[in-house]
Design a protein around this ligand. Sequence first.
Ligand code: N01
Length: 547
Amino acid sequence: MATERGVSLVGAGGAALDAEVIIIGAGVSGIYQLHLLREAGFDVRLVEGGTNVGGTWYWNRYPGARFDSESYSYGYFFSSELLAEWNWSEHFAGQAETEAYLNFVVDKLGLRDLMQFRTRIVAATFDEPSATWVLTTEDGTQLRSRFVVSATGVLSVPYWPSIPGRERYKGEAYHTGQWPKEPVDFAGKRVAVIGTGASGVQLIPEVAKEVAELVVYQRTPNWNSPLNNGKITDEEQAEIKATYDQIYHSCMNSFAGFVHRASRKHAFDDSKEERWVLYEKLYHQKGFSKLISNYRDTMTNPEANAEFSEFIAEKIRARVNDPVLAEKLIPTDHGFGMRRPPMETSYYEAYNQPNVQLVDLNETPIVTITEAGIETSDGERAFDIIVWATGFDGFTGALSRMNVVGEGGQVLRDQWSHGVVTYLGAMLPGFPNFFMAGGPHLIAGNFPRATEIMVDYISGLLQYARTNGHTFIAPDSDACAQWTDEVREAATIALMSEKSWFRGTNIPGKTHEYLAYAGSLTKFRERMDAMDEQGYPGITFGSPARV
Ligand code: N01
């Protein structure tokens, strides 16, 4: 039996391989992984739950969704043809353009025939005697492969908080991370937005333009600063095209994969006047320069951090007409950058519109969702639409909800309930032949640059195994423990809030631990690049005789 995409299917117990490698997920990392393994001559297939490619950029199609890494630092760099043929229209592309870009890449590389859509994997079980993986889809179909690459993304499982009454609401309800393909009509409607993270901050000013009434339910304000987006002019386009090598070099030789130049100065080496000149300049620069090009101790010295936070607070006060409201929009429980800082476009100005109101949930918490709307301790309000901008079960969510069963019948979700252990963020102890292109312990920052390192590593590793006749690849427990210690150590260097999806604290019952790797991208890349000539240390390989 074969699907229209040419992937043959087997029933339970069948031992034939449907593919040597199956990749789960057609987002930025899955597409690149498919390309590299196909180029290397592997029999590889990709399965995807959605109806098309894009991953994050397929599901997050809410109004205002866009990059906050520069477009030209976010796309793929491996093909000069792709770089030459694609023109980004804005410094920070919107969702539709990014989705179009990913479709362009897939078609240009001829990858579509290797993809099977509407195929959500709900279970993955390691079959020890044959050292193969059996993947089960939502409809019970099974696919068997030697190797699995999970390219399931770090922000792919939307979090709907279990606020009482949510199910009985009779109006329209949407989650930013699971937005419908058909446009939502906001014109003249009464709309509630719950959540003021990066998604809410992008959506609120867009929706505010057309609704009759917008009420924002805020639990914790964030340190938002201007994205400073703009159209890319013809001159800028020519400049970008001519300097792609330099752009790439800057990203891959930076701490977190962004194009911005890091500062070498400490904050208090400069006078207050000099510091304010820099802060003012940064405020008007693009994207994450506020973090990356700031003084080098902004994220390690509490006084430096407090001063820059106060600078941003002053900006918020200057932009919001109502001084009482302005104070509610200024964080008091963490400093700038201690949670992932959203980038905004006219976010604060939206609150100056007469049709926009803020409800501070610390003063008046939500009691229940009603059939008509939202009831707080202050009473009930009716809405036509409720938008849940309440985030994701980050880093581990996609694999936790999948029933991943490894050696000895161990379940990944259970292993993770005691804390996440990985090898280089790419492999898991007890789960041989299973790889992560982007999961827990991935470098925090400009994600495509981080996942590119993982995908390159996985491709190299699989080629090395093939060359040497190995069909069994498992990380050593010592190597896993050592790497996980490194991840924990790296998380202590910068000032970080305890309350963040990076720590899993946004999901009730989730283990609290820093889930990304906060070390330097440059050093990590150098280390991963050297693995091939070192024969991939930290791994036990097996030959066909063994398995
Ligand atoms: O999610 P979040 P997000 N009652 O978890 C609130 C990336 N991203 O989707 O802070 C009331 O940050 C919650 O409140 P609190 C980016 O990496 C990138 O916005 O927990 N409120 C918070 O305000 C980002 O960091 C782009 O107190 C509740 C909000 O919901 C990541 O995605 C754009 C609640 C969730 O914020 C996640 O951002 C968008 C409850 N029960 C996102 N539960 C780009 O620009 C939660 N909240 C590329």
